[in-house]
Design a protein around this ligand. Structure first.
Ligand code: CO
Length: 197
């Protein structure tokens, strides 16, 4: 069976499994979506949003791009945030980066990857903001991991600086913004604001 045929087969199996557990599931889904979480993550195939937090369809509003970057002028990302915050009234925005991120790594080495280098320029900015700290880390992989973390922190700062989030917080809307990182080596998500010693 080719890959595309497999997609249809798998989809039927999934839909049946969902109906077996909850016969009203798709009917409910067809009425409204009411997610409490906006997930902003990397496009990396190893970091599928719903799957790694074990939440079904309907629970997470998702935006993914290379290296989970939020740029102030990115109309796509801003539209997602605005819809999630203003219309869906999500209670949590989660930026979840991941160790071993190819986008972060590519930004650290002097190589040419074409158009994407312009996008990765945003991560080079993050590295420049934290030059003092990163310079002290001589081991490449340790520096790489730290930049994966710092990138999440900076993207959270960017989100907090959007007019959308600023207005929501000014209006006392219930909204928390989280900086998480996922480890592709053990499947565990860690809170960057609450890392174990
Ligand atoms: Co990545």
């Amino acid at each position: 069976m080719d890959k595309i045929t497999t997609i249809f087969e798998n989809n039927k199996i999934w839909a049946k499994k969902v109906l077996d557990t909850d016969p009203q599931f798709f009917h409910k889904m067809s009425q409204v979506q009411n997610p409490e979480i906006l997930w902003i993550g990397c496009a990396d195939s190893r970091v599928p949003a719903n799957q790694i937090i074990n939440l079904p369809a309907g629970e997470v509003f998702v935006h993914r791009n290379i290296a989970n970057v939020i740029v102030h002028t990115d109309l796509n990302a801003l539209s997602v945030i605005q819809y999630a915050v203003d219309v869906l009234k999500v209670k949590h925005i989660i930026v979840c980066g991941h160790y071993g991120c190819g986008g972060i790594k590519a930004s650290m080495v002097e190589s040419s990857n074409g158009l994407i280098d312009n996008w990765l320029g945003h991560i080079k900015d993050v590295a420049r903001f934290h030059e003092n700290e990163l310079h002290k880390i001589s081991d490449f992989n340790t520096r790489f991991a730290r930049l994966c973390e710092l990138n999440v922190v900076e993207q959270v700062n960017n989100i907090k600086n959007t007019t959308i989030v600023k207005n929501a917080l000014k209006n006392n809307q219930e909204l928390e913004i989280h900086a998480f990182i996922y480890d592709i080596k053990d499947g565990i998500i860690r809170d960057l604001n609450n890392l174990p010693e």
